[in-house]
Design a protein. Sequence first.
Length: 187
Amino acid sequence: MSQFPDDGEDLFKEQVLAKVEQMEAADPAPAGQGEKGSDEPPPPCFPNHIEWVTHWLSPMYAREVSDDVTSNAWCPWWLKHPEACSTFESMWRAWEHYRLDGKTGMSVWWRDHCHSHMARLMDPAGTFKFCSVRGHFINGQLQPLPLASPGAALSSPAIAEAGAISTTTTSGRKSHVARLFARLAGH
């Protein structure tokens, strides 16, 4: 007998179990192992972040979103937001890695990846600030961060004097950056 008096046919449980079976069918190897005798990891469960967002994240990370973006901002046209695309691709890659850890992998993924990234993406002042569930940039558009031209920045006397610009090797570059920070910090 179920502990929930109203779960009747328990459709949600059936949907979750069907999704687990689908994932297991897509990944027949035991967690962390590829083909028999191979050190290669199994193929990804989803071919790309778009499929993953569409078929896994969106149903799993259900939230109330509306035209009023004072709590959760969202854009159904998230693919038009480079920041969202990059974030979702990063989340998908981490998810593909952590799903293979049968112990604490998914807990780590939720804690270290999903919750923090989604909070930033859905922040009312964030990525989807001017969007609503009705449209992409329906209320305005976020502008790229303002930047000085690279030529102007690189020719700055403070930068040149600190020796932050270098054509030396990576190890040599570290000393130039350290000198710049020391100068800026007044050391």
